[in-house]
Design a binder for this molecule. Structure first.
Ligand code: ZN
Length: 297
């Protein structure tokens, strides 16, 4: 499967000018790392992410635009690779990471993780060397009206290194609150995830789905899942215009996207840590859910 994705990229680089332009933009992207506490964050200046970072995702704005994930609306040059009966893999023309993919459901229907987490695990197992991410409809998905995942190469995936060897449910002193699930058993992992999401929905009174970002990868027979419960969508600095940043899964995994050059130069590790704390679930609610999950293990 990974081999076929590589071939898809090679064909699409030549056939689809928008993708070639995006890859050139990524090749020119500046990255610098900052140390926060015991871990590093890679800050990446990617001007072509401006539209995604600032995309209006309210119901009205979304309803007004043609869906860019529906097969009938794709540019004629864009080619997909069928993953299974439901999901098709595409090259993302606005990449943040190497081999950035968009994986879209064949039907136009709401972004929702319920009953889709198993598909996410299958994608992770099928795409070794990649991470798969899910952004909730109110915290990072620029197409909240069309079920999709993203994926990218793990050649740079800081959270994997940060959490290597960790087997506990939570990651201490990590600036962002995240649940870590490792499992070799697909159905057991789905059950644990469903339970965590249900508890988050309960504690945040947010139904049908609590605000979450999710990242998964599969290696050495094991799935590693990161569940980021959110407290809010965008940080205050976004609304004041101080920093044009809007973190979603990839940012929370340690690759922090900054589309504006002046903001890229100016942003500090402390500012990023504060943004992470602000947008992920508060410590008291996080601990409450963690305690329940631990007691059920
Ligand atoms: Zn659609």
């Amino acid at each position: 499967m990974t081999y076929n994705v590589e071939e898809l990229f090679q064909r699409q680089i030549h056939a689809w000018p928008q993708l070639a332009k995006g890859l050139e933009g990524l090749a020119q992207a500046k990255t610098r790392s900052v140390r926060i506490d015991w871990f590093d964050i890679f800050i990446r200046h990617i001007p072509h992410r401006m539209a995604s970072t600032t995309a209006p995702v309210d119901r009205e704005s979304v309803a007004k635009r043609p869906c860019f994930l529906c097969a009938g609306n794709l540019p004629p040059e864009e080619e997909g690779l069928q993953f299974d009966d439901n999901f098709t893999i595409y090259c993302n023309p606005f990449p943040i990471v190497d081999r950035h993919l968009t994986i879209a459901h064949r039907e136009h229907g709401s972004q929702r993780i319920a009953n889709q987490f198993g598909n996410m695990l299958d994608l992770a197992a099928g795409l070794e060397g990649y991470f798969i991410v899910y952004n909730g409809p109110e915290c990072g998905a620029s197409a909240p009206d069309h079920m999709h995942f993203q994926a990218g190469s793990r050649s740079l995936f800081p959270i994997e290194k940060d959490t290597a060897g960790m087997t506990r449910l939570t990651v201490p002193n990590y600036a962002r609150n995240v649940f870590l699930f490792r499992d070799r058993d697909r159905s057991a992992l789905i059950d644990r995830m469903d339970r965590a999401i249900d508890l988050l929905a309960e504690t945040t009174s947010k139904r049908p789905e609590p605000m979450v970002n999710i990242a998964v990868f599969h290696a050495r027979g094991e799935w590693v899942t990161y569940l980021f419960p959110r407290g809010k969508h965008r940080p205050q600095v976004f609304h004041t215009g101080e920093l044009t940043v809007s973190p979603a899964s990839i940012d929370l995994c340690g690759i922090f996207v900054v589309p504006k050059a002046e903001h890229f130069e100016r942003i500090t590790g402390d500012a990023i840590a504060a943004i992470f704390r602000e947008v992920t679930l508060s410590d008291d609610r996080f601990r409450e859910v963690a305690a329940k999950l631990e007691s059920e293990r």
